[in-house]
Ligand binder design. Structure first.
Ligand code: NAD
Length: 261
């Protein structure tokens, strides 16, 4: 039996997938949640994951739950699975998110805006509401949300995503205040440009990676594994006095004023 467990949303790809590998490698039972059923199936056999290691009862350390994070039934299922399979819940990484640059005047822009808010904001609210009772029962715990540097500043054409991630940053502050007395810490990470499926469309634009990298003080995009390491820190007892914050992990991008070329 594992001694700690975590639910991780958006677990089939990118930053969430890297979190699954890291938490499992460090001994956590992991409930891996995603809307992408095929991606979760593949996760169980991924060479970089720690799956295949078994608990004392021979149960896998990574357990998939297929669902849409904006639905309460997904929140219920992921917590129920953690308690049934691992007997406790200690942490949650609420990471699932979708992007979407779109013109203000585009047909269907409001519908797309609603979809982005549903996953990126409502999905986090559903996640927090779902995990808090189990974390409280464990005597406390830690929630880490994946926000974005796009929630700390704005980009042209990215208003819907900017709005959703800005909301997440303040939601995390509010949730931290409301749950501190229960020994539940709530933080977020604000990744900058990161080489995942979410950015595949942008990556495919000739010269975009090079041009954007030149504007980043560290001169490169981030890696999912680097964000998983920061999320691990925020979730761990090493961050025991940190709550309500959203540190950027963006190679220095948001540190820059940008007025002087
Ligand atoms: P990704 O596309 O590789 O992974 C996102 C995962 O979330 C996918 O597996 C997808 O199937 C899942 N997902 C999407 N909608 C869902 C839903 N409704 N319910 C359940 N799962 C759902 O992208 P990523 O870059 O790893 O993104 C992870 C998080 O990081 C997101 O919140 C994203 O906004 C944020 N982020 C990414 C970047 C970047 O540059 N890649 C930068 C800042 C923040």
């Amino acid at each position: 039996m594992v001694t700690s467990s975590v639910v991780i949303t958006g677990a089939a790809s990118g930053i969430g997938r890297a979190c699954v590998a890291l938490f499992a490698a460090r001994g956590f039972g992991v409930v891996a949640v995603d809307i992408d059923k095929a991606g979760l199936a593949d996760l169980a056999t991924a060479p970089d994951s720690a799956d295949g290691q078994s608990g004392d009862e021979g149960s896998p350390r990574i357990v998939p739950v297929v669902g849409d994070v904006s639905r309460e039934r997904t929140g219920d299922a992921m917590v129920r699975t953690a308690l049934e399979r691992f007997g406790r819940l200690d942490a949650a990484v609420l990471n699932a998110g979708i992007g979407g640059t779109l013109p203000w005047e585009a047909d269907g822009a409001l519908e797309r805006f609603d979809e982005i808010l549903a996953v990126n904001v409502r999905g986090v609210v559903v996640g927090i509401r779902s995990v808090v009772p189990a974390l409280r029962a464990a005597g406390g715990g830690s929630i880490v949300v994946t926000a974005s540097s796009a929630g700390l500043g704005a980009d042209p054409g990215n208003w819907a995503y900017n709005a959703s991630k800005g909301a997440v940053v303040n939601l995390v502050r509010a949730a931290a205040l409301d749950h501190a007395a229960q020994n539940i810490r709530v933080n977020a990470l604000a990744p900058g440009l990161t080489d995942t499926a979410l950015m595949a469309r942008h990556r495919a634009v000739p010269g975009l990676v090079e041009a954007s990298s030149r504007r980043i003080p560290l001169q490169r995009w981030g890696l999912a594994e680097e964000h998983a390491a920061a999320i691990w820190f925020l979730a761990s007892p090493d961050a025991s006095y940190i709550t309500g914050v959203t540190p950027p992990a963006d190679g220095g991008l948001t540190a820059m004023h940008g007025a002087v070329p």
